[in-house]
Design a protein around this ligand. Structure first.
Ligand SMILES: Cc1cc2nc3c(=O)[nH]c(=O)nc-3n(C[C@H](O)[C@H](O)[C@H](O)COP(=O)(O)OP(=O)(O)OC[C@H]3O[C@@H](n4cnc5c(N)ncnc54)[C@H](O)[C@@H]3O)c2cc1C
Ligand code: FES
Length: 362
């Protein structure tokens, strides 16, 4: 398993050096990293950047997976326009080259452990913009593990909506016999029924029995919307793959951002907890209702804690509980080992003890 970088995430202002139209509704945005920040922005394939901008007077933060490989000169993310989406519409329609953007140092654990001596078969499954971390993983594994093979299954509506279509074709030519890609298109008929429709457990079973029967899988990476990734994950568990082998990255849940959390936390507003937050070497103490979320209350107490999705999908707000107990309403981002070690997503965590100490510096 990839070990999450423990360095505290920080924003730096980086100029946008290139904006490329990848499809009708997706741009890739590249940053060049100044020499003094190169170390801070070193990343693993599969990690993401959190971008921050003031849009219509609002401070907006969103996470975007790196589609570049660590070996490439520029750091690049791809942003697909979501209908009515604040940040993605702004990035596709208003962002220009030269604009400085607040960019948080890379985060995330949706990463393979790349090793030149590996001889593995990786399956990468994504839909729409879910291709972004997958292409970074594919480029890195194919270049750095000469004995490994990569199969990618990508879901899109139409051929024209496939992000990085040409780059993926080029990879096929460069790594003949080690990289295969299958496009599953929902909006275009295909005489091979597996290549038409949406990716779900049945479709993956079909792939496993036909195109993938020759070579057992070692690792599976799933990225995209909740319904697709969760049904795919459950399918791979059902055929005997383990939590260590199946990795999942969610780009969005069925819930709109900022909507009430999935599980109602009904607690007496007068049931208070004494909380201490350790952040950047400083301790801040406050009292909060056990029904509230630690991140929200820490922000009310004046702390500029890092966060992005506030939906339990990224891990930007992660901290370690060092005393007391907190429970998460949802967790789509922390690995089981991290939860066992006491880490929580503070945007989803509410105290269940009368005293709680959380440490953002660990
Ligand atoms: C770890 C992580 C990595 C991500 N990487 C990428 C990436 O590489 N490329 C990319 O384009 N996006 C990526 N996302 C999603 C991205 O962070 C934003 O959520 C997305 O761009 C929408 O933001 P917005 O401000 O435009 O929409 P908002 O204003 O937040 O939302 C507007 C509406 O769109 C819906 N919505 C939000 N997100 C999505 C979505 N992804 N698909 C469909 N509907 C949605 C909301 O429910 C809401 O109704 C990633 C998310 C996470 C957590
Ligand atoms: S801010 Fe994304 S999980 Fe908490």
């Amino acid at each position: 398993m990839y070990f999450r970088d423990m360095a505290r995430p920080v924003f730096h202002s980086l100029p946008v050096v290139e904006i490329k139209k990848e499809t009708n509704d997706c741009v890739s945005v590249a940053f060049s990293i100044p020499a003094e920040l190169k170390e801070a922005y070193q990343y693993q394939p599969g990690q993401y950047l959190t971008l921050r901008a003031t849009i219509d007077g609002q401070d907006i933060r969103r996470s975007y997976s790196l589609c570049s490989a660590p070996a490439e000169e520029l750091c690049r993310v791809a942003i697909k326009k979501v209908d009515g989406g604040v940040f993605s519409t702004w990035a596709n329609e208003a962002l220009t080259v030269g604009t400085p953007l607040q960019v948080m140092t890379p985060m995330g654990s949706f990463c393979p452990t790349v090793d030149a001596s590996n001889k593995k078969h990786y399956l990468l499954v994504g839909a729409g913009s879910g291709v972004t971390p997958l292409i970074s993983i594919a480029k890195t594994v194919l270049a750095d593990e000469p004995n490994s093979e990569v199969t990618m299954i990508l879901g899109n509506r139409h051929f024209q909506s496939i992000i990085f279509r040409d780059e993926l074709e080029d990879l096929k030519d460069i790594y003949l016999g080690r990289f295969r890609i299958f496009h599953v298109l929902s909006g275009e008929p295909n005489e091979i029924s597996l290549l038409h429709g949406r990716i779900d457990a049945d479709k993956l079973k079909g792939f496993m029995e036909t195109f993938l029967a020759h070579s057992p899988l070692d690792s599976v990476f799933l990225c995209g919307p909740q319904v697709m990734t969760e049904s795919a994950r459950d399918y791979f568990y059902s055929i005997g793959m383990s939590e260590e082998q199946v990795h999942l990255e969610l780009f969005g849940t069925a819930l709109p951002q900022g909507a009430p959390r999935k599980k109602e936390v009904v607690l007496d507003a007068n049931d208070l907890c004494e909380v201490s937050v350790i952040y950047d070497g400083q301790q801040t103490d406050f009292k909060m209702s056990k029904g509230a979320m630690v991140l929200d209350e820490a922000q009310k107490a004046g702390l500029d804690i890092p966060y992005s999705c506030k939906g339990g999908m990224c891990c930007t707000c992660r901290a370690k509980v060092v005393e007391g107990n907190a429970e998460m309403v949802v967790n789509y981002a922390l690995e089981p080992g991290e939860v066992d070690a006491g880490y929580v997503l503070t945007c989803q965590a509410h105290p269940v003890s009368s005293k709680l100490i959380v440490d953002f510096d660990q």
